[in-house]
Design a protein around this ligand. Structure first.
Ligand SMILES: Cc1ncc(COP(=O)(O)O)c(C=O)c1O
Length: 491
């Protein structure tokens, strides 16, 4: 066979890598079929006018990769079986399409459910985006993370080839137990902690444990779609209960005789931002004991309080009764991309919850857990949170000041804590959907509670949910200015 090699199409790189690429490409595309004899390194070097060592290097790489074989004293040949043949499921020599098979009936998809509104990669983001609850890319401890990954991999031993403990790495669970004792007043044994793939998986585990078609779950109105959609998909009958200035209406809850679950966001209600007072928390615990219900305490952004000291978690007030399923997450305090959250469970639930977790995924990935454990145990998590609190408080102040400057006095809620605030628009303002569309024209992201992931049960406020940690101070000021332009453009 006449051997000609065009190395001009190869990507940039050394001569050796261009030769390697060109030969590998020709072999993969079967321009050089199996068993083709290749020129000797000397001949090819002469043809291409390059040094012989350059060709020897390229041949050596192709040989290690399995594209060519050297037969001693005979020559160099294209391998009979190529590396890609081992990966391909269809024999490359037979390209005949399979005859269509008539399918009489396929199983019905039994699952019925909705996906919460989330920002997923690929969706084009506006230049200035007030999306709620997004942590700042600039604040992610990337260097520390890189160092800890290397450190953990260095000591991984068998951990990467064995299944990790289903309930989570003991060192991470111990680190979390020590942390929430101090910050949330929760006294628990580390073995009562189950590491999950975010709060979302925690809600799934809870629903699988306690919900069957017709079970009753009391939820806030409005509530987080993440929890209400899972409950509904599992067949729960939801009782939406009004949220007032201090969170869920306790008087309304007390009228409900029995329920399986009461789902709350007590530190910073999603989306309205209200906080349930200590007194009302105690009343809700009393109610749960009488109604035979578990309280699902979603404490998603409790790390951030800007004015007063945090109120003890309901799980921390539940001394001995074990009436609370506490849900924590690192999505807000570090980043949602980690997908790590946890459940603090009553003794009687631990075993069954771990079985559900094993059905879902046999445990969270080892490396991320090991890194996070080290991050917390080394004290760097505390330092990170302290810095974030300061930065976010400053961003919050700037957002409030900009809004007040442009719009005067406002009905702003949830400003004392968390990562978003809730602006109930005056009656004279246009509908939030129209504002959001006009804002989009000006390249800013403005969201109604429903767009931001709230289930409103058909009775939503005309309100805007404003997230701020991910924006720079300039972006906040410019974003509010453009928001004003957008609202004015609607007349
Ligand atoms: C109310 C509420 N709970 C929990 C979460 C966190 O969910 P996850 O831990 O699954 O990222 C969020 C995120 O936006 C939230 O708004």
């Amino acid at each position: 066979m006449q051997f000609s090699l065009d190395i001009s199409a190869a990507p940039h790189g050394s001569l050796q890598s261009k030769i390697h690429f060109a030969i590998r490409d020709a072999i993969s595309r079967r321009l050089l079929p199996p068993d083709t004899r290749l020129p000797s390194s000397r001949d090819l070097a002469d043809t291409l006018n390059v040094s012989r060592n350059t060709v020897i290097g390229a041949y050596a790489k192709l040989s290690v990769e399995g594209y060519i074989v050297s037969r001693h004293g005979v020559g160099i040949f294209v391998a009979r079986e190529l590396p890609e043949d081992c990966l391909s499921t269809v024999s490359t020599s037979d390209h005949t399409p399979a005859a269509p098979i008539a399918v009489a009936k396929t199983p019905t998809i039994e699952f019925v459910g909705e996906k919460p509104n989330l920002f997923e990669k690929g969706r084009e983001l506006p230049a200035i985006d007030f999306w709620a609850g997004r942590s700042s890319r600039r604040s992610f401890p990337i260097r520390t993370w890189q160092r800890l990954i290397t450190q953990c991999l260095g000591s991984a031993s068998r951990s990467l080839v064995e299944y990790p403990p289903v309930a989570g790495l003991p060192e991470l669970r111990q680190a979390i137990a020590a942390e929430i004792l101090v910050t949330r007043g929760i006294i628990c044994d580390w073995q009562n902690i189950l590491v999950t793939a975010g709060a979302q998986e925690a809600f799934t585990i809870i629903s699988k444990l306690f919900i069957r078609p017709g079970s009753t779950a009391v939820v806030e109105s409005p509530s987080y779609q993440g929890v209400s959609y899972i409950l509904t998909a599992n067949g729960a009958h939801l009782i939406p209960t009004a949220v007032e200035r201090e969170g869920i209406s306790v008087t309304e809850v007390e009228r409900i005789r029995s329920a399986s679950l009461l789902c709350l966001t007590p530190s910073h209600q999603f989306p309205t931002g209200e906080t349930i007072s200590a007194e009302n928390r105690a009343r809700l615990l009393e109610w749960a004991a009488k109604a035979g219900a578990y309280i699902v305490e979603d404490d998603y952004d409790s790390e951030f309080r800007y004015e007063n000291a945090p109120i003890t978690a309901i799980a921390g007030m539940d001394m001995g009764r074990q009436q609370v399923l506490y849900v924590g997450t690192f999505s807000k305090s570090i980043g949602a991309g980690l997908r790590i959250g946890y459940l603090v469970l009553p003794d009687r639930v631990v075993q069954a919850a771990s079985v559900v977790k094993s059905h879902l995924n046999l445990g969270n990935p080892w490396l991320e857990q090991a890194v996070l454990a080290e991050f917390i145990l080394s004290g760097q998590y505390r330092t990170h949170l302290r810095r974030l609190r300061q930065e976010q408080r400053r961003s919050r102040d700037i957002l409030i000041a900009s809004l007040e400057e442009d719009f005067g006095r406002l009905d702003l809620r949830g400003t004392d804590a968390g990562m978003h605030m809730y602006w109930r628009l005056p009656p004279t303002f246009p509908n939030v959907k129209a504002i959001s569309a006009a804002a989009r024209e000006l390249d800013i992201g403005i969201y109604s509670p429903a767009m931001a992931g709230a289930e409103e049960f058909g009775r939503g406020d005309n309100a805007i949910v404003l997230g701020y940690p991910a924006l720079s101070h300039n972006e906040i000021c410019e974003g509010v200015r453009r928001l004003k332009t957008a609202i004015e453009s609607l007349g």
